[in-house]
Design a protein. Structure first.
Length: 384
């Protein structure tokens, strides 16, 4: 496709009506076995588009083509979940004896993968304070191979100085990767900032309907062979239905994200003025650590942010959470529906202590009417 605006790419990238009888959606390809017409064709493997389901199908190719287009990436590879995309990145650039710098506010299972996989295979993982900026260079060792960022951080929402960290790593010849699931390329395009690898859980905003697990890694040209080979050798591949849903979700990412943004900003601003709320960690509000970095690097904000409540009494918190009518408790975000997640960050952090004394709550603001969402929260806060 010739150079098109982001919204047009979202709408059309990966679509191939000529190949599917005019259908605008690439149908799900349920393929494991792919047969060859003759021995000469068989001999061309792996230099053929499709040879075996795990190595790629027209469903994965269409999704990956669309993601690469919106990321401005050389190529993208899909995996069966966001976590498997993270593990692919962690394993692609490391071997025994290497050192990895991982942000202290990363998604919990990213940390567990470092502890339970990388360490077991002899990779030294060091967690760094998320707001370290250019001082990251002080942590570099001769064997540092990867700096992993996540912005804003899971649960705590600090926005890292992505530019300073990336510049320092580049100067030292160290690979950089970022979990960009919160912003999606609509609001931040990591490869344009010189980051080598961008990964997303497409389970969240990309698919957007809370009905599929999917991950994707996008890279520059230099990083591609290692990432693609690692995903292949780990045996990670998206399911045909999930890839279909991922691509279908992408078509409406723009409109959904703009509505999540609007609703979440409205609710976060209102929460900032509520007496039960100690602090609001929404990257687009000045009360969020790293707000200046958000202003510097991001084009918008999604629907997910954190708050700290003054109240910490378990019974009062339970009364608030159990009585919600619109919000449910859940381990996810990024779908059409509002969710609350009451995980506490304090015990998880090791490099930069989490000093907030109140009760942490992550909110995902869905596509419901903002007044209804506000009323549900107001009644919840009153129960505290
Ligand atoms: C920031 C972040 N990255 C990655 C993941 C993992 O994605 P998945 O659940 O698709 O494995 C999650 C899941 O909640 C997440 O919040």
């Amino acid at each position: 496709m010739s150079k098109k605006s982001f919204e047009t790419l979202l709408t059309h990238a990966g679509s191939k009506p000529d190949e599917y009888h005019g259908a605008v959606n690439v149908p799900p390809h349920r393929m494991s076995t792919i047969v060859f017409r003759n021995y000469a064709d068989f001999e061309k493997v792996p230099n053929v588009p499709y040879s075996y389901g795990r190595a790629g199908t027209p469903s994965s190719a269409a999704f990956e083509e669309a993601i690469a287009a919106i990321e401005g990436a050389y190529r993208s590879v899909s995996t069966c979940s966001g976590l498997s995309a993270i593990v692919t990145v962690l394993m692609a650039f490391t071997q025994a004896g290497d050192h990895v710098l991982m942000t202290d506010n990363c998604y919990g299972p990213s940390r567990k993968s470092c502890e339970e996989i990388l360490r077991r295979f002899g990779v030294d993982v060091e967690y760094y304070p998320p707001m370290i900026g250019a001082d990251i260079a002080k942590l570099f060792r001769p064997n540092t191979k990867l700096v992993f960022m996540e912005a804003p951080g899971s649960l705590t929402f600090e926005v890292q100085d992505i530019g300073a960290i990336t510049a320092a790593a580049k100067k030292a010849g160290i690979k950089t990767a970022i979990d960009n699931s919160w912003a999606t390329p609509l609001f931040f395009r990591p490869l344009e900032f010189g980051i080598d690898v961008s990964m997303m859980t497409a389970t969240k905003y990309v698919s957007g309907h809370s009905d599929c697990m999917l991950g994707v890694v996008s890279t520059n040209e230099e990083s591609w062979p290692q990432v693609k080979r690692t995903a292949l050798m780990l045996g990670l591949c998206g399911g045909s239905e999930e890839l279909y849903l991922g691509l279908r979700g992408l078509r409406t990412l723009n409109v959904r994200m703009l509505q999540h943004q609007k609703n979440a900003l409205d609710i976060a601003t209102w929460l900032s003025a509520q007496p039960q709320v100690k602090r609001v960690h929404h990257p687009a509000l000045p009360s969020c650590p790293g707000h200046e970095n958000w202003k510097k690097y991001y084009k918008g904000s999604s629907g997910t942010f954190g708050i700290i409540l003054h109240q910490t009494n378990r019974e009062k918190i339970a009364a608030m959470l159990d009585g919600m009518e619109i919000f449910n408790l859940g381990f996810s975000w990024g779908g059409f529906e509002s969710l609350l997640f009451p995980e506490q960050p304090k015990p998880i952090r090791t490099a930069a202590a989490w000093e907030e004394e109140g009760f942490s709550l992550r909110l995902h603001i869905g596509l419901e009417d903002a007044e209804d969402i506000r009323a549900d929260l107001a009644a919840g806060l009153a129960r505290l």
